[in-house]
Structures are given as structure tokens and as C-alpha cells.
Design a protein around this ligand. Structure first.
Ligand code: 16G
Length: 242
């Protein structure tokens, strides 16, 4: 129950109590939450503290408020869990989960490589590079905004139609090149206005930035990719041995 002389604030303790009820399905999506007054009486705390707990859970996505109606348990879609061991494509990842992979093409052009992009791809500055920006979809819902940079002198014949399907399938099956390894860096960030619009989230909502460098077995760079994944829909799992 609530400990009044704890270093943990009371609103936080109440938030944890409500979260437990949601996680154990005692409170189910769509249920309305008891009124602030009821919690205040039950735990002998102020209504302001109860409101603070509710606000915290609204921000975390556990609850939502409907003007004039009250506070309800939010519908929370399970996060997609991606293992970080294998080198897979988005299309493969979604299919292996029984989800329908998809893309919405935002940009497809050949640009002269900036010095930064050239260095990432091991090519000359101003060399021709495909810049491909796609919203990646799972069962038609936006999961990530992904921008690929690919040397146009190396990977030839890309079209809008191809990148609306699987890029890796084209590289491996049509060009007969074997994608071998990649290194990936993941960091947290918040959605910019543009990312928020494409990903159907609020500006400032948490996202995970992923940078991937992908190579053939002989070390030739295949792609440099910058992606923003929705942090409310994605989590990463890594297996560790000691
Ligand atoms: C994944 C890769 C991306 C790759 C794409 C190919 C991450 C962070 N990125 O999204 O680097 O270009 O798959 O997918 O996992 P595709 O074959 O479906 O086009």
C-alpha cells in the first residue's frame, strides 16, 4: 500500500499500484478508472496527488483522458521485439512475425555524396548516391522512417518499384551479391516534426535512432542507413553469454 514517509513520492507509488492492476489485467483497456475522489479517500491522500499520478500514466501511455467523460485504460499495442543477433531485412523481420511488411516511399533520388555520406560508403565525394527515404509499415501501421544511402555506381538499377518491395531481396536475388555483415549503433532520441508526421506520433515522442553500415564479405560497403524507430512499438533483445 502507500507509504507516506517514503523517499518515493506518493503520486509515484499510486502510479505503480495502478500500473500493476493494468499489467495483471485487473483493469482492462477501455475500462474507466475510479474517480480521483475515490482514490483520494481510499488512500487518504489529496486529489491533487491522485491527478499527478494519472497525468504521469497518461504521459506513459497507460491511460487516456476523454474530455468530459473521465480517464480510461488505454489500448496498448504490444511492442515488436527484434533480436539483434542476425542480419535481417525489415521485410524478413515482419514476415517472421506473421505481420505484413510494407513501405511508403517518401523520397527516391540520386544525389552527389556529401563528404560525410561519401566517407560512410567509402566512395569519392560527389559520387552518385541513391537517397531513399521510406516509412516502413507493419500491417499498414508506421514503425520506422528509414533513409538508405547506396552507391549508384555499385548497386545498379534500383527503381521506385524495387524499393517498394525488399531492397535486400533485390541485392541478393537480382544482383547476386551476398550481404554478409553489418554494424549498428542504437541511441535514444525524440521525434522531430517531420518524423512525427511520417510516423503518426507526437513531436517529441521517444524514438530510437539506428545507424547501420552493411557490407559484403570482402568488406565492400553496401548501404549506410539512418532510421528512426517508434519507441512505443519497438524493443530490441540481445542474448548474452558469460
Ligand atoms: C532494415 C535495415 C536496413 C535495411 C532494410 C532492408 C535496420 C535498422 N535497418 O530495415 O538497413 O536497408 O532492413 O529492408 O534494421 P528491405 O529488404 O525490406 O527493403
Amino acid at each position: 500500500m502507500i507509504k507516506k514517509n517514503s523517499p518515493i513520492p506518493i503520486y509515484y507509488q499510486l502510479g505503480e499500484i495502478i500500473k500493476n492492476k493494468i499489467e495483471s489485467s485487473e483493469l482492462k483497456p477501455g475500462d474507466s478508472l475510479p474517480a480521483e475522489r475515490e482514490y483520494a479517500e481510499q488512500f487518504q491522500i489529496s486529489r491533487m496527488t491522485v491527478r499527478q499520478a494519472f497525468t504521469q500514466l497518461v504521459n506513459e501511455g497507460y491511460l487516456h483522458r476523454i474530455q468530459g467523460k473521465g480517464t480510461f485504460i488505454a489500448e496498448r499495442k504490444p511492442k515488436i521485439e527484434q533480436a539483434l543477433q542476425g542480419l535481417t531485412s525489415f521485410t524478413e523481420d515482419m514476415k517472421s512475425r506473421g505481420l505484413k511488411p510494407g513501405s511508403k516511399l517518401v523520397q527516391f533520388e540520386i544525389i552527389p555524396a556529401t563528404s560525410y555520406i561519401a566517407a560512410q560508403l567509402g566512395i569519392q565525394e560527389y559520387g552518385p548516391v541513391y537517397e531513399i527515404r521510406r516509412i516502413r509499415l507493419a500491417d499498414d501501421a508506421p514503425m520506422a522512417l528509414e533513409t538508405n544511402y547506396i552507391s549508384a555506381n555499385f548497386i545498379k538499377g534500383l527503381t521506385e518499384k524495387i524499393v517498394n518491395q525488399s531492397l535486400y531481396a533485390y541485392i541478393e536475388n537480382e544482383l547476386d551479391l551476398k550481404i554478409d555483415q553489418a554494424s549498428q549503433v542504437i541511441e535514444s532520441s525524440v521525434a522531430s516534426e517531420m518524423e512525427a508526421e511520417f510516423l503518426d506520433i507526437q513531436p517529441g515522442a521517444p524514438v530510437m535512432l539506428i545507424q547501420r553500415h552493411t557490407f559484403l564479405a570482402d568488406g565492400t560497403p553496401v548501404e549506410f542507413v539512418q532510421s528512426s524507430y517508434r519507441a512505443d512499438r519497438y524493443k530490441f533483445k540481445i542474448q548474452m553469454n558469460r
